[in-house]
Design a protein around this ligand. Sequence first.
Ligand code: GZL
Length: 330
Amino acid sequence: MPRSSDSFALFALMGLSCLMASGCADSKPSDSSNNVGDRKYTIGFVQTGSESDWRKAHSDSVRQAAEDAGYELKFADGQGKQENQIKALSSFVAQRVDAIILSPLVETGWDNVLEKAAQRNIPVLILDRQVEVEDESLFVTYIGADTYNEGRLAAEWLIKNTDGKAKVVELQGTPGASPTLNRYKGFRDVIKDHPSIEIIASQSGDFRLSKGKEVMEALLKTHGDDVEVVYAHNDDMAIGAIQAIEDAGKKPGDDIVLVSIDGVKAAFESMVEGKLNCTVECNPLQGPMAMEAVAKILAGEAEDMSKRQMIKDEVYDRSVAKDIIDSRKY
Ligand code: GZL
């Protein structure tokens, strides 16, 4: 039987361990400062990977904005695998970060891990790509571009700049990713009223330059001179396709028209060279908007925050590339 003084020590110890375990010792003031007591707010950022120039610009933007906001950013690179992202998200929950930002590789499969964050009252912001979940209270807000409209804009440019007749090969992005699904649908919803624009082949290049080149080589072998237009879901795959078209002895931009999406610097360089005809911008500089939203969420001022915060896009083609290229920020 422990002595009375021992009992007191035991209860004191239990009380302290309970405080620490429940995190009460680390309660979060809901002020708008970037600190909790004497430590910085910690944000867990789960990124898709580093598959494209766009993605690198996106990661840089989030890192810089977190630094500017005075947050400690824990960066998890999903390396192109959803299971890595789910593991990283679970780990951030276990570490009890103050908020989580998720750029989901694909749309589905997030309900359980987002439920874990909700059980720990850790707010989640979805950035860039969208999630499909049963219960949308599992995330506070989505910030990103309107990738469905980007598909529409690409098709509208094509109709305006060809005689409305074209045989198209499509290089799709990562299967199951919201930009892939949206750009696929947006493009088709416009060309369905133009039956002389025909998609003769459609294959995934996974948003990667190397895969885009590989797929384009195969499509040229199969369809040869039938290929009149390439519609690429991102610039990196379009640049891969340009290389394949040149290897096949054809002139990209002239023998074959290329229209893509993102608006990265390399796309503007290709347009200045005349090898790419059009790129629809998809702005990756989302860091500042994300951190503004995080600040409001942490300050308890997010109750009227809209569920979706879309970023505006522009369309650029060869005719303006030379004048614009020096002003591009990514
Ligand atoms: C679009 C973004 C896409 C880009 C690609 O919102 O998720 O992922 O278009 C990137 O370049 O890999």
